[in-house]
Design a protein around this ligand. Structure first.
Ligand SMILES: NC(=O)c1ccc[n+]([C@@H]2O[C@H](COP(=O)([O-])OP(=O)(O)OC[C@H]3O[C@@H](n4cnc5c(N)ncnc54)[C@H](O)[C@@H]3O)[C@@H](O)[C@H]2O)c1
Length: 283
């Protein structure tokens, strides 16, 4: 197999819906798989909403929106992805669940199909080990929101074939993304660096007695960040960031990687950032 024509996306949650949108907008026939018809329709509705907003804002034509939506089909069965050339998994961040999905995908698809996981913090190698053909498994780590952020980390395990890595890389390029290759190390590239850095910013709030507004003012004006660290954590979601910090800390053990107490408190209080209307800021 040397060309990807049809793409499967497992899970149409936040990331899966975004990835499916990227795929249909780039012209690929795309099958989205959800656990129920209701969730599948909800995933489609999310994509439709974002594409419609794109038309309203003049980023795409009505006809392009309609054509893109027609490329999306839905299924509730993993077997509905059997004829895909690339399948990207975006289910919950749970190792056993992902391993089950990969064992099934490995059994249901032809050996040439590339199987990719969008995991943020799990080991791609451990997920791939559930497949009989781990050489066709890679990581494709998109960033949230997937239709907006250009980066995709293409993660190779020690068993990934060059063909699988290259096909995933070139597909991401054709989908309008900016892929980079990296090994399967904890946090890959961006999270390995960003998670401890954001945690440092949160610790400095208390150590230096700084208000979140001033921390953001400091980092945007003094370090040239496009967005302040507190606003960024609110956007990521406090729960998502705490979870990723715990995972990175569990693997690499650096004290800075552990979630700061302040974030753990915010999580317990249900202040999860933008999605709950309150985090460092009120929305
Ligand atoms: N949210 C982010 O910022 C972000 C960024 C990059 C990568 N990721 C990764 O993407 C993946 C998905 O994250 P998300 O934020 O889209 O989560 P989400 O909660 O929005 O979606 C989770 C998906 O998993 C599916 N699911 C739940 N239980 C299932 C089961 N038993 N079997 C099969 N599917 C099941 C849901 O139906 C849903 O489609 C995770 O691995 C996460 O680490 C998330």
């Amino acid at each position: 197999m040397n060309e990807i024509r049809k793409v499967g996306v497992v899970g149409l949650g936040t990331m899966g819906a975004g990835i499916a949108q990227v795929s249909v907008q780039a012209g690929f026939e795309t099958v989205g798989r959800e656990v129920s018809e209701e969730l599948a329709e909800r995933g489609r509705a999310t994509i439709e909403r974002y594409l419609t907003r794109g038309v309203e804002k003049g980023r795409l034509l009505q006809e392009e929106r309609d054509t893109a939506l027609r490329r999306l089909t839905l299924t509730t069965e993993l077997s509905g992805l059997a004829d895909c050339d690339l399948v990207i998994e975006a289910v919950l961040e749970e190792l056993e669940l992902k391993r089950e999905v990969f064992a099934e995908l490995d059994r249901l698809t032809v050996p040439g199909t590339i199987l990719a996981t969008n995991t943020s913090a799990l080991s791609v190698s451990e997920i791939a080990a559930a497949a009989q053909h781990p050489e066709r498994v890679v990581g494709m780590h998109f960033f949230n929101p997937a239709p907006v952020l250009p980066l995709v980390e293409i993660v190779r395990t020690s068993q990934s074939s060059d063909e699988a890595v290259n096909l995933a890389y070139h597909w991401a390029e054709r989908a309008g993304k900016q892929p980079v290759r990296c090994n399967d190390t904890p946090g890959f590239i961006v999270n390995r660096i960003l998670i401890p850095l954001l945690n440092d910013c949160v610790r400095a709030l208390d150590e230096a007695d700084v208000r979140p507004e001033d921390m953001d003012k400091a980092m945007t004006n003094g370090a040239g960040w496009p967005i302040g660290p507190c606003a960024l954590i609110d956007l990521i979601g406090i729960d998502v960031h705490v979870h990723a910090s715990e995972a990175l800390h569990g693997k690499l053990g650096e004290a800075r990687m552990a979630p700061p107490e302040r974030l753990v408190h915010m999580q317990h209080e249900g202040k999860l950032g933008r999605k709950t209307g309150a985090g460092f800021y009120t929305y």
